[in-house]
Design a protein around this ligand. Structure first.
Ligand code: C2E
Ligand code: MG
Ligand code: MG
Ligand code: MG
Length: 291
């Protein structure tokens, strides 16, 4: 009986494995179509200055408008794209699109606004990445100072020297660098001495309970203090309530990002959001009747 059970277990795993494998093959092919046929889009989420409440930066977040499955989040396809190498083409597409959209935003009067683009460790280790960045800047006309690349700590766990050299070269171009999801990477603190960053983004897992959880509060305050002593700016991710925002302001966090201010949105909505923000968030009286 044990033997039969063993075989059933084996069959069960085997079937599961095959389903999983064919699902992934299908998804990989569909992702290629998405890249080729422009089913991808870029949403933008504002990062606001903690003091003034004005948007200083927006983060580009890729979305996949799948013809059958609907809107798919990057958490569901970026890891796959990293495994298959498709992240190279996908990442370049996002970078170029984000730079073009930001130039458009600047032309509408929001020149103080910069764009942050997430960069996968795979992209950073790929030969020619620096050229990809300079090409995107040149093609769009975006000033390098208006571009920031978001990199996770673990990006430097493999090929450390290569990645650090690449990041230094990118800094020399004038492009900014942010360490994303800070605190989740299991990497040594000594790495942040090596990373030529301008900014640290505290992962939202520390922010969620920061008000009631003493450990999260200690970590958040510690990271803010450390970052400032290193001459870096600090962003809190996942700021969902006004209470979070007030706490972080009180603790000298520089920038706030989260649903309390805005969700990621299509470019046209971003333009509307920013226009409302300059007019003091007051809804302008409707003038359609007069015009
Ligand atoms: P991330 O870079 O840490 O981006 C922030 C994520 O937190 C976004 O999820 C955003 O929608 C979400 N978020 C923002 N504010 C809040 C909040 O107040 N509460 C909660 N619960 N969530 C909030 P999203 O867009 O699903 O992206 C997930 C991850 O996918 C990103 O995490 C990033 O690692 C990756 N990703 C997104 N776009 C790209 C891309 O173009 N290239 C690469 N390589 N990775 C990307
Ligand atoms: Mg990010
Ligand atoms: Mg993050
Ligand atoms: Mg994250």
């Amino acid at each position: 009986r044990a033997k039969q059970q063993g075989r059933n277990t084996y069959q069960w795993f085997s079937q599961e494995f095959n389903e999983e494998a064919s699902f992934r093959v299908a998804l990989r092919n569909e992702l290629q179509d998405a890249i080729d046929q422009e089913q991808l889009s870029v949403y933008y989420q504002p990062l606001v200055d903690a003091r003034s409440g004005q948007t200083r930066n927006v983060e580009a977040l890729v979305r996949w408008q799948h013809p059958v499955r609907g809107l798919i989040s990057p958490g569901d396809f970026v890891p796959l794209a990293e495994e298959t190498g498709q992240i190279i083409a996908l990442g370049e597409w996002v970078l170029r699109k984000a730079c073009r959209d930001m130039v458009h935003l600047h032309s509408r009067g929001f020149r103080h606004c910069s764009i942050s683009v997430n960069v996968s460790p795979i992209q950073l280790r790929k030969e020619g990445f620096i050229q990809t960045v300079t090409n995107a800047l040149r093609a769009s006309g975006l000033p390098p100072e208006s571009l920031e690349l978001e990199v996770v700590e673990s990006a430097i766990l493999l090929d450390t020297d290569l990645v650090i050299n690449t990041l230094h070269t990118i800094r020399e171009l004038g492009v900014h660098i942010a360490i994303d999801d800070f605190g989740t990477g299991f990497s040594s603190l000594s790495y942040i001495k090596l990373l030529p960053a301008n900014k640290i983004k505290i992962d939202r897992s520390f922010i969620r309970d920061v008000i009631e959880n003493r450990s999260d509060a200690a970590i958040t305050q510690g990271v803010i203090s450390m970052a400032h002593h290193l001459g870096l700016e600090v962003v809190a991710e996942g700021v969902e309530t006004e209470a979070h925002a007030a706490y972080l302001r009180k603790n000298h966090c520089d920038l706030l990002q989260g649903f309390a201010f805005a969700r990621p949105m299509p470019f046209d909505d971003l333009l509307m959001f920013l226009n409302n923000q300059v007019s003091g968030n007051r809804l302008a009286p409707r003038t359609d009747a007069n015009s």
